[in-house]
Design a protein around this ligand. Structure first.
Ligand code: AMP
Ligand code: MN
Ligand code: MN
Ligand code: MN
Length: 273
């Protein structure tokens, strides 16, 4: 089975419209799919599950939150898109993004990178601003040679553009997802540069506040990472999720993952298929 429970559209930092993204998934035989834009469910205003009978479309989002000083990404899958609290909290997330963008712009300005914000706002054209917009503009203005360098030096974890204060606590993010009938899944657990001990503390706290899943497979992880996350899944009694984290056709990772990679791990999608 080909599954993808983690993808981005133009409603956040992806390059395809929601419709183009689903057409691409369809062409690649994806039968279980979620569009999980950062802090928004706007994609689901543009596409309807009924138009894609060949796949199960699971409403989702990827929430930004914090736990113990770390910016964690929390997937909410199987959401009731009309849940009032969720809708209101996503509006709050959008305000938080705007506020964060102002702070990032000021910090970069202080470092001597002037004239960035105008281009960033123009590029975003009304949707929420993310760090990739700043990175792209820094490349465009010749301040850095690539987006990678922009993240490594100025925007990534622990750098001046990494503004965490605006995000809600992990427990709140989990609560909103659960109240909207969804399943909370920790996205890409190995991206947070945590020690194993800290990751285990995160899993314990996450479980205690109602979290049920971890993203065992994000993109194409090396076998050691995949096996480690599978073992954590079993040890802590979580269900496994998987997704490409697709953002655009120009990056090497395309839509769709093979479910066989998860072996006999219990999976989050048993409730939808
Ligand atoms: P934000 O949602 O504004 O916190 O920005 C985080 C997003 O930046 C991630 O979801 C990725 O899409 C993107 N990102 C992270 N690291 C890099 C990188 N090194 N190069 C390009 N994009 C990145
Ligand atoms: Mn992204
Ligand atoms: Mn993420
Ligand atoms: Mn993502």
């Amino acid at each position: 089975m080909i599954v993808d429970l983690h993808t981005h559209s133009r409603c956040s930092d992806g390059s395809l419209t929601p419709r183009e993204l689903l057409e691409r998934a369809k062409a690649r035989d994806v039968s279980l799919m979620s569009i999980t834009d950062h802090d928004t469910i706007a994609a689901y205003e543009e596409v309807k599950a009924a138009d894609y009978p060949e796949m199960t479309l699971v409403p989702g989002t990827e929430l930004s939150c914090t736990w113990s000083g770390v910016n964690i990404h929390m997937l909410g899958l199987g959401l009731d898109l009309n849940n009032q609290q969720l809708v209101e909290q996503l509006q709050q997330q959008s305000h938080a993004r705007a506020e964060r963008a102002d702070i990032i712009a000021r910090r970069l300005e202080k470092l001597g990178f002037t004239g960035i914000y105008e281009g960033v706002k123009e590029m975003a054209a009304g949707r929420a601003i993310g760090r990739p917009d700043f990175a792209r503009q820094m490349v465009k203005l010749g301040y850095v040679p690539s987006m990678n360098v922009a993240f490594d030096k100025y925007l990534g974890a622990g750098k001046p553009g990494d503004v965490k204060a605006v995000w809600p606590d992990l427990a709140d993010a989990v609560a909103w997802i659960v109240a909207a009938g969804g399943v909370a899944v920790i996205a890409h657990p190995s991206h947070y540069k945590m020690t194993n001990a800290k990751l285990r503390r995160l899993l314990v706290d996450f479980k205690a506040c109602g979290g049920e899943g971890i993203e065992v497979c994000n993109g194409k992880p090396p076998a050691v990472e995949l096996n480690y996350l599978k073992s954590l899944c079993v040890e802590y009694g979580f269900e496994a999720s998987m997704g490409s984290d697709f953002h655009s056709p120009s990056t090497w990772l395309d839509v769709g993952c093979r479910s066989e990679l998860l072996g006999d791990c219990p999976v989050v999608w048993s409730r939808w298929c």
